[in-house]
Write a protein that binds this ligand. Structure first.
Ligand SMILES: [Zn+2]
Length: 98
């Protein structure tokens, strides 16, 4: 089993999602941050999961490293690193350096 700091990876992902749902709920973010739509909402991470496992797995569940996006905006971001960088700069003032 793959573990992160002794915690199984699947459990770490699940815990991060629970944490994110709480954070976004408290911030009142319940729609796509880019287009305002609400269909197929999910969290888009600033980096691939492996990057978080190498740095700090806690960041998987942080507001700074995630965006709430609809299915369309999430797909656009998934297929383009540049698009992801644009979105994080715009919505988090986070200038991603790979
Ligand atoms: Zn959207």
């Amino acid at each position: 089993m793959v573990t992160i700091n002794g915690v199984p990876r699947s459990k770490a992902n699940k815990e991060a999602n629970i944490k994110l749902k709480k954070i976004y709920s408290e911030l009142g973010i319940n729609h796509c941050e880019e287009c305002g739509y609400w269909f197929g909402l999910s969290f888009h991470h600033s980096h691939k999961r492996i990057w978080f496992y190498d740095k700090d797995p806690e960041w998987l569940g942080s507001h700074e490293h995630t965006l709430l996006l609809c299915a369309k905006c999430h797909l656009d971001a998934e297929i383009s690193r540049e698009r992801t960088k644009e979105l994080f700069l715009k919505h988090r003032n986070y200038d991603i350096v790979d």
